[in-house]
Write a protein that binds this ligand. Structure first.
Ligand code: SF4
Length: 385
């Protein structure tokens, strides 16, 4: 196979790893590749901006056993690998024809974490030192990577990610027997956190991680409790949620059993189609995540159902508002930015706009705010002028 044939396979296999900060605006947007079946993906990087990125695995020949993953060692799939030279020269050539914001380098585990990290690091070194590329490089940290390899990756990368996969060791042990949750995942995550905090050597490197949602029988409550701690204590920049959609993993994992149960339901779920169930769950988790990051919500503010899951039929902020009627109505004239942010339909930009506007012009009419009609109809029962 030539490099293009290999990339066709390897970039397709990279599509479910969202930790390069892929966009979450449209449900499926982050799962699609660029037009023309190329190897580029729409992304929103952890620091904010958006664009398209070349994203690939260096190898899909993985020796691990993650039971939800189509690339696990026992799977019968076509395997191939790129050398560091091949990917680096391809990327530089590609960049001269197409304006893209960077490269996301990941890989299946090629025998050992150390060997795989060596290849990822070698690819980034060629880009930085041979081609003097100064743009965005995201390096995936392989579970079980040594401190030395993590340090080297953080010296070279703009962002690094190590996927936590599940909230806790119990769920993890249902999905893999070859990886050690504490040693291969949690300890390196803590180290990455320590090295990227303010005043640390790699404070400019963005840090992200990802949960696989629904491969085990974890609840939203468990995922969001881990997420909140990763933001609050470990200061990760972004977390991602990748819905396990079934059909690709070991038939005995909880996610496959759940899929069969949903497939057998005689009716469509009221809020969504059966097919959309896991995607809707992923979407609600992202909404809760936004509440942590941009709306000053804490984990204790979230409302879960009896089984510890978010309400699939409503935005979690609206669920909070329905449960906290005593908080409303919020005055548009006097409410603080924090209070305005609790109003369903009012986001950070609108809250700031209201605060700025009232400094200069006394608010006498809601229409002065020029809110979109959909936003106004969502917010109106929670606000007062
Ligand atoms: S380490 Fe696990 S998730 Fe990653 S490619 Fe290998 S089997 Fe798949």
């Amino acid at each position: 196979m030539d490099v293009v044939d290999k990339l066709d396979i390897l970039s397709r296999d990279a599509q479910y790893d969202l930790s390069c900060a892929c966009g979450t605006k449209a449900k499926e947007e982050h799962r699609t590749r660029g037009s023309g079946g190329s190897w580029i993906y729409p992304v929103t990087v952890a620091s904010g901006g958006s664009g398209i990125m070349l994203k690939t695995l260096l190898s899909n020949a993985c020796t691990s056993d993650c039971r939800y993953c189509p690339l696990r060692e026992e799977s019968d799939t076509r395997r191939t690998s790129l050398t560091p030279d091949e990917i680096a020269s391809f990327f530089i050539n590609f960049l001269s024809h197409k304006p893209i914001i960077g490269i996301f380098l990941s890989s299946g585990i090629i025998g050992s974490a150390e060997y795989t990290m060596d290849r990822l690091i070698a690819s980034a070194e060629i880009l930085r030192y041979r081609y003097h590329y100064r743009g965005y490089i995201h390096i995936k940290i392989i579970p079980g990577a040594s401190i030395e390899a993590i340090n080297r990756a953080m010296q070279l990368a703009s962002a690094v990610s190590l996927n936590i996969e599940t909230p806790g060791i119990n769920h993890f042990s249902k999905l893999t027997h070859k990886k050690d949750y504490m040693k291969d995942i949690i300890e390196p995550l803590k180290y990455i956190s320590q090295m990227s905090q303010k005043g640390s050597p790699f404070q400019k490197v963005h840090t992200t991680s990802q949960f696989i949602v629904g491969a085990s029988d974890e609840s939203d409550k468990e995922i969001l409790s881990y997420s909140y701690n990763m933001y609050d204590h470990l200061k990760f920049d972004r977390l991602y949620f990748s819905a396990y959609q079934g059909g690709l993993g070991d038939p005995t994992i909880p996610g496959e059993i759940k899929k069969r149960e949903i497939d057998q339901l005689p009716f469509s779920l009221s809020h969504t189609s059966k097919e959309d169930y896991v995607i809707t769950r992923e979407h609600r988790l992202y909404q809760a995540d936004f509440l942590f990051r941009q709306y000053n919500f804490s984990y204790d503010d979230l409302v879960f159902g009896k089984e510890g899951n978010l309400d699939l039929s409503k935005d979690p902020k609206e669920v909070w508002a329905t449960k906290h009627q005593e908080f409303f109505p919020v005055s548009l004239k006097k409410g603080s930015k924090e209070e305005l942010l609790r109003v369903p339909g009012i986001g950070p930009l609108t809250a700031q706009k209201i605060v700025n506007m009232r400094k200069n012009t006394p608010l006498s009419d809601i229409y002065q705010l020029n809110l979109p009609r959909s936003l106004y109809s969502k917010a109106k029962k929670y606000i007062i002028l």
